[in-house]
Design a protein around this ligand. Sequence first.
Ligand code: HEM
Ligand SMILES: *[C@@H]1O[C@H](CO)[C@@H](O)[C@H](O)[C@H]1NC(C)=O
Ligand SMILES: *[C@@H]1O[C@H](CO)[C@@H](O)[C@H](O)[C@H]1NC(C)=O
Ligand SMILES: *[C@@H]1O[C@H](CO)[C@@H](O)[C@H](O)[C@H]1NC(C)=O
Ligand SMILES: *[C@@H]1O[C@H](CO)[C@@H](O)[C@H](O)[C@H]1NC(C)=O
Ligand SMILES: *[C@@H]1O[C@H](CO)[C@@H](O)[C@H](O)[C@H]1NC(C)=O
Length: 487
Amino acid sequence: MEPILLCITFIAGFCLLVIIYLRMSEYFEIRHILGYIPGPKAYPFVGLSWKIKKIPLEDQFKWFNDLCFSFKNGMVVTWLGTKPTVNIRKPRQLQVILENSSFTTKPGNDKILTPWLGNGVFTSIDKIWFDRRRFVKSAYLELYSTIMIEKLEILKECISKELELNKTQTINIFNLVYKYSLDTICEIAFGINLDLQRNEENEYVETLHRIGKQILSNIKIMHNFTEKIIIQKQVDREQNKLLVTEEFNILETCRNTSLLDKLLDVCENTKTPFTLQEIREELDTFIFAGHTTITSAISWAFFMIGNNQNVQIKLQEELKEIFTTDNEPITIQKLEKLQYMDRVIKEVLRLYPSISSFDRLVDSNVVIDNYFIPKGIAVRLHIYQLHHDPEVWEDPETFNPDRFLPENNAQRHPYAYVPFSAGPRNCIGQKFAILEIKIALTVILRKWHIASLLKPSEIKIISNFILKPFDKKIELYLRPINKSESN
Ligand code: HEM
Ligand SMILES: *[C@@H]1O[C@H](CO)[C@@H](O)[C@H](O)[C@H]1NC(C)=O
Ligand SMILES: *[C@@H]1O[C@H](CO)[C@@H](O)[C@H](O)[C@H]1NC(C)=O
Ligand SMILES: *[C@@H]1O[C@H](CO)[C@@H](O)[C@H](O)[C@H]1NC(C)=O
Ligand SMILES: *[C@@H]1O[C@H](CO)[C@@H](O)[C@H](O)[C@H]1NC(C)=O
Ligand SMILES: *[C@@H]1O[C@H](CO)[C@@H](O)[C@H](O)[C@H]1NC(C)=O
């Protein structure tokens, strides 16, 4: 071999060794620092991975919860391969992270969300996140109840159709609510009726279902779909504007109030408008965050109401009091009076927080409960475990909406109940979500009495980002409230 080649090989080999050495010493240093925090035995380089592989997928959620609860002070470090996560679940621990504006960074290593949603407000960090949040905030506050009510009428049709086949069978409400919420969020986002409940053949939705496989090419198709709609909308608005400004200045009445329209409104009134790609990212983010969470929340609500008949009776009484006739339309004012229903929804989100845990990458060294966590480590905030902790909630597995009576609220730690997270990076769809859940419960419970096929202890839960039943099934018996319809 040429001496020069030999030399290069030697240097390359040496560099490799140095890199390996630096990586290893970094790994062992972090292991040493985090070693003070309690946690299950972590074998070098593999951590818990080999153990988790042996547990069936449907049991992993429960297994992990049991593991965390076996460490009493609530802080547990777990290793997946060479990657550590500091898990926290006590109110005071979550408070340290959530109330401090220096902890808003997400790890951002998700294989699907990052390429799909790009720098949308859910996934971005630092200044981009800050600007995006300001950009979209007002659009998220709009009340889109008319579209929700229209789409729920279609959901009622779909349920009735299934019931016609066999009145005594159960219906998988999870599946129907999923289609309903996707249909609704797409119309609210784009201002276009895709009619997804009756018509499943839509490019965007079909691609969404396939997204687990061939991720990048499927994401490209979805991006194309969204971008086409934005461009079309921009053209429409340009034409409408000319038409309108020539006559009277009644632009407002001609505008459709979709999220896209709202975002374009903001763009038109700012010196540095957002680009096509940036608007697309926010639309996709809105659709993603606004239908998966809602599907889970509404389905679990039906499940728990169908399991607690005393609660259902009280809900029915409240509904009858506020909607005195059968056909009385739903208005925001009437919804605000449904205070028992408010407490029921809160209790559902306590037991089944749609996003059961989420991560932060700590940007600077931080001390939680006297344990030191170095900069750059991922901390996982466990909302589900917080909400099921017997030290925080008396009799946590009991469904009791009265926990949220004002006099009981006052006694709780401010970070004991955070289904929508808290602090500077909390959920910006909270108002939207509560409204949609409330309207859905109102529409369905005014028509049907419901009962669940299974009890909470009989249902297996999975949390791959969203908390849902492992088999994607919530089976309900539905019986019309109006007696003359039941024969
Ligand atoms: C019951 C329903 C919902 C629950 C329980 C929920 C919960 C949460 C939680 C826990 C976060 C923080 C996530 C994190 O920090 O990683 C979050 C963020 C977010 N949520 Fe929701 N959410 C719900 C509904 C919605 C809806 C309907 C929308 C949109 C219409 C929405 C839009 C967002 C967005 C955009 C963020 C990111 C905010 C940011 O990072 O600045 N959410 N949500
Ligand atoms: C309706 O469903 C119930 C429960 O699944 C079943 O026992 C019954 O045979 C069904 N009836 C008809 C007419 O299909
Ligand atoms: C996306 O659109 C562009 C231009 O409209 C087109 O060239 C490309 O093939 C499309 N990609 C997919 C995956 O549909
Ligand atoms: C508003 O959207 C509807 C479709 O939902 C469309 O038929 C109508 O033309 C739009 N109006 C304007 C002014 O863009
Ligand atoms: C936020 O966290 C940083 C880094 O740990 C710390 O220096 C700062 O005091 C915290 N701020 C508040 C308000 O707790
Ligand atoms: C019950 O349903 C029947 C048939 O659909 C309808 O004629 C009647 O008005 C309903 N009763 C009430 C109280 O709404």
